[in-house]
Ligand binder design. Sequence first.
Ligand SMILES: *Cc1c(COP(=O)(O)O)cnc(C)c1O
Ligand code: SF4
Length: 334
Amino acid sequence: MSIAPLSSESKSDWKRQVQDAIRDPETLFRRLQLPMTELAKATAAARDFPVFAPESYVARMESGNVSDPLLRQVLPVENELESPAGFSLDPVGDQLSKQQPGLIQKYRGRVLLITTGMCAIHCRYCFRRHYAYDEEPKSSEQWEPAVRHIENDKSLQEVILSGGDPLSLSDGRLSTLLHRLGQAKHLRRIRVHTRLPIVIPDRVTEDLIEWLTSTNMIPYLVLHANHANELSNEVVAKVDLLRRAGIILLNQAVLLRGVNDSVDAMAELCEKLSNIGVLPYYLNQLDRVKGAAHFEVPVETGKQLIRELQTRLPGYAVPRFVQEIAGAEHKVTL
Ligand SMILES: *Cc1c(COP(=O)(O)O)cnc(C)c1O
Ligand code: SF4
C-alpha cells in the first residue's frame, strides 16, 4: 500500500508544536482577546491542573467568544474549584483494577496500558486529571512486569494503549513496544486511544503509520473529538492517510455541557465523522471527577439526544451512549 510521503519537516514538527503550546491563562486570554476581568478566576482554577493548549487547536477557536465549544474544553473556570458530593479523584476505580505497574484490566480479553501521563492538551473534564502518573513505569525495565503479564496471559486478545496520550511518546519507543507485543501470538488486536491526531494533526507521521500497521495485530485507532469544529481540513487529511493505510478508525466523545449537548452539535459531529470514515463509537457520560461538575449533562438529556440522532442519521453513525461504572464488567449502555 502506498502512502503519500510526508515532508521531513512535518515529521518532528509535532514535538515543537507541543513545546510551543500555550501553558498559562494569560497567554490564552491575550491570544483569543478574552475579557481580562475573568483572568484572576482562570488563574486560580488552573493551579491544580495547568492550561495546556497548542496553537494548532487554539487556531480553530473564535476570538473573543468565551462560549466557543473548543475554548470551553481548555479554559479553566471558577466552577472547577467547587467540590459537589459524588465527584471524586478516581471516579472509575482505576487504582483498584491495576494488575501491574502501568497495566489496568477491567474487562475480559483486553488490557489497558497507561503508557504516559503526557498529553498534547489539557481537557478540563478529563477523568484522569488527578491520576498519579508519577507512579507509573517510565523506562523499559519498569515496563517489564506489565509486558510479561501480557505475554503470559493467553486469554488476552487485545492491548489498548492509553494514558495520558500514548502518541505523546516518540515513534521509536512506540515501535519498540509494539514489536515486542507483536511477538505474542495470542494478541490479535492493538488499539490506540488518542486525541493527538485531532489536536496536532502533524502527529500523524509516516513512522506512526509504519509501526501501527507492521505487526500481525489488527490496528484500531480511537480518536477523541467532541465537536465538529475540531475536524479541521488538516485533521481530515491525516484521517484520510490513516484510513487508507488500513487502520480501523473509531471516535469517542464525552457529553459536555455547553460543548456538544445539543442535537445539532452532536448530529454535525457524527455526520462529519462518518463522512471521513470514522465511526462514532461511544458517547461517554461524564465521569464524575472532582473539578468537572459544571460539564455534567443529565443522563435523561443524553438519552433524548440519542433518540433524536436516530431519526437523523444511519444506525452506524449513532454512538452508543455509555457510562463507566467502577466494578462493572463492561461499559454500561444508558
Ligand atoms: C474503557 C476501557 C476499556 C475499553 O472498553 P471497550 O468497551 O472495549 O471500548 C478497556 N479497559 C479499560 C480499563 C477501560 O477503562
Ligand atoms: S487528551 Fe485525553 S487523557 Fe489527555 S487531558 Fe484530554 S481527555 Fe485527558
